[in-house]
Design a protein around this ligand. Structure first.
Ligand code: ZN
Length: 104
């Protein structure tokens, strides 16, 4: 790795570090049944509003429940994941220019 490539890499690491936690997936809200006997919300058909994070790991679809206390952090991490993907796309052009010995 030459000096220009090292600088490019260090700038990338700083950019990723500044973003914070980054994830890829989708957040959906739906109503579920809790399964508890005598639950008035389930008996009325209202159910319980819940959030779920869906994502893929090695091509396998997975889900996990997201509690109200985790919702904002998960939304931020999803936004960071999108920003990271955009930054990675932009980096391809920058890297090729750098490898050709041009200013980035
Ligand atoms: Zn219920």
């Amino acid at each position: 790795m030459n000096a220009a490539e090292r600088q490019f890499h260090e700038e990338w690491v700083a950019e990723v570090e500044a973003l914070g936690p980054a994830i890829k997936g989708s957040l959906t809200q739906f109503r579920r049944r809790c399964g508890k006997r005598g639950c008035k919300k389930c008996a009325s058909g209202e159910g319980h509003l819940t959030w779920q994070l869906s994502y893929y790991v090695g091509g396998v679809h997975k889900n996990c429940h997201v509690g109200p206390g985790q919702l904002e952090a998960v939304r931020r991490a999803l936004a960071n994941g999108k920003a990271l993907e955009q930054a990675m796309s932009a980096n391809g052009f920058k890297l090729v220019k750098l490898l050709k010995g041009k200013e980035v």
